[in-house]
Design a protein around this ligand. Structure first.
Ligand SMILES: [Zn+2]
Length: 105
């Protein structure tokens, strides 16, 4: 079945993981800077500006997490999303880690 080639699955999951980690790293740096200079930010932009800036970083983390979960392939048999430990199982064995049926064909 198209889209369940193990090599393609691996490439896609790595690319999604890189995007998620990149977004996480940027958000962590953003939050660290924001809290390091919280006095200056609060003086300049007030509490609302501070909360918006912190909210943007948190929103980025949430969107990155949603992207990596919602972008994950589904098993054609049981419709389980192949995320977490199910994905390496599917890549290594070519079978769904939930129902055990072959993903290809
Ligand atoms: Zn399945």
């Amino acid at each position: 079945m198209k889209g369940f080639d193990p090599a393609t699955l691996r490439t896609q999951s790595r690319s999604r993981m890189r995007t998620a980690l990149g977004a996480l790293a940027l958000s962590a740096i953003w939050l660290a800077l924001l809290f390091s200079y919280s006095d200056a930010v609060l003086d300049r932009f007030g509490v609302r500006g501070f909360l918006i800036a912190a909210g943007l970083a948190i929103l980025t983390i949430v969107l990155a997490a949603m992207n990596s979960i919602l972008g994950a392939p589904k098993c054609p048999h049981c419709r389980t999303r192949l995320v977490g430990p199910l994905l390496p199982t599917a890549i290594a064995s070519g079978k769904c880690g939930s129902c055990g049926k072959a993903l290809e064909g």
